[in-house]
Ligand binder design. Structure first.
Ligand SMILES: O=P(O)(O)OC[C@H]1O[C@H](OP(=O)(O)OP(=O)(O)O)[C@H](O)[C@@H]1O
Ligand SMILES: Nc1nc2[nH]cnc2c(=O)[nH]1
Length: 184
C-alpha cells in the first residue's frame, strides 16, 4: 500500500513529518548531552514499531553507538492483551554497557515495564529510555522513568512512522489517526 492510499483512510494527521523530524533531531542532541563525552551507547530497538524512529534518532546522536534489536508483542489489533511475549531476544550481552531502549510509543506501559525489568537483571552500566510518543492518560504503570520523550499525545490509536494497525500503515512518514470504522 502506498502512503498516498493509506492517507485517504486517515481521520487526521496529529504530527506532521517536519515536526516529527525536528523533534527527533532535538532528542538526539538531548541524548548526546546526557552522557559523558566518550561514552559508547548500545541502542536497543524494540521491534517492530521503533525501527524508523531508531534509524532517524541514531543519526542525530553525536557519540559512538551500536545497535541491537528485541522483538516483543502485547497487542492484538488495538487491544493490549495484558501479557508481553518475547519473540526475539538481543543478540549481544549488555553487562557493563550503557543501554538506551528506543520505543515508538508508551501506552499502558506494560511493554516497557517488562523490557526494563528484564534488561536490568543483565547488569548493564545504565539503562535509559527514549520514546517517540507517550499517552499519559493510558499509563497503568506509572513507575517507569522515561528519560527522553518526543511528544505527549491524546488517548487515540495512532498509526504511521513505524506504528501499525494489523501490520499496515508503518510506512507513513507522519503520525495519524485512522477513520472511525477502519479498526473498530
Ligand atoms: O505501553 P503498551 O500498552 O505496552 O504499548 C506499547 C507497545 O505497543 C506496541 O507494540 P506491539 O506489541 O503492537 O508490537 P509492534 O511494535 O511490532 O507493532 C508499541 O510498539 C509498543 O511496544
Ligand atoms: N499502532 C499503535 N500501536 C500501539 N500500541 C499501543 N498503543 C498504540 C497505538 O496507539 N498505535
Amino acid at each position: 500500500m502506498s502512503a498516498k492510499i493509506a492517507e485517504d483512510k486517515l481521520a487526521e494527521i496529529i504530527i506532521e513529518q517536519d515536526e516529527l523530524q525536528n523533534r527527533i533531531e532535538e532528542m538526539g542532541r538531548e541524548i548526546t548531552d546526557a552522557y559523558e563525552p566518550g561514552t559508547e551507547l548500545r541502542l536497543v530497538c524494540i521491534l517492530r514499531g521503533a525501527v524508523m524512529f531508531m534509524a532517524d534518532l541514531s543519526q542525530s546522536i553525536n557519540m559512538p553507538v551500536t545497535f541491537d534489536f528485541m522483538e516483543v508483542s502485547s497487542y492484538s489489533g488495538t487491544e493490549s492483551t495484558g501479557t508481553v511475549r518475547i519473540i526475539k531476544d538481543l543478540e549481544d550481552a549488555i553487562s557493563g554497557e550503557h543501554v538506551l531502549i528506543v520505543e515508538d510509543i508508551i501506552d499502558t506501559g506494560l511493554t516497557l515495564r517488562n523490557v526494563v525489568d528484564m534488561l536490568e537483571t543483565r547488569k548493564p552500566a545504565s539503562i535509559k529510555v527514549a520514546t517517540l510518543l507517550d499517552k499519559p492518560e493510558r499509563r497503568d504503570y506509572k513507575h517507569i522513568d522515561v528519560d527522553f520523550n518526543g511528544f505527549e499525545i491524546p488517548d487515540k490509536f495512532v498509526v504511521g512512522y513505524g506504528l501499525d494497525y494489523e501490520e499496515k500503515y508503518r510506512n507513513l512518514p507522519f503520525i495519524g489517526v485512522l477513520e472511525e470504522g477502519e479498526y473498530n
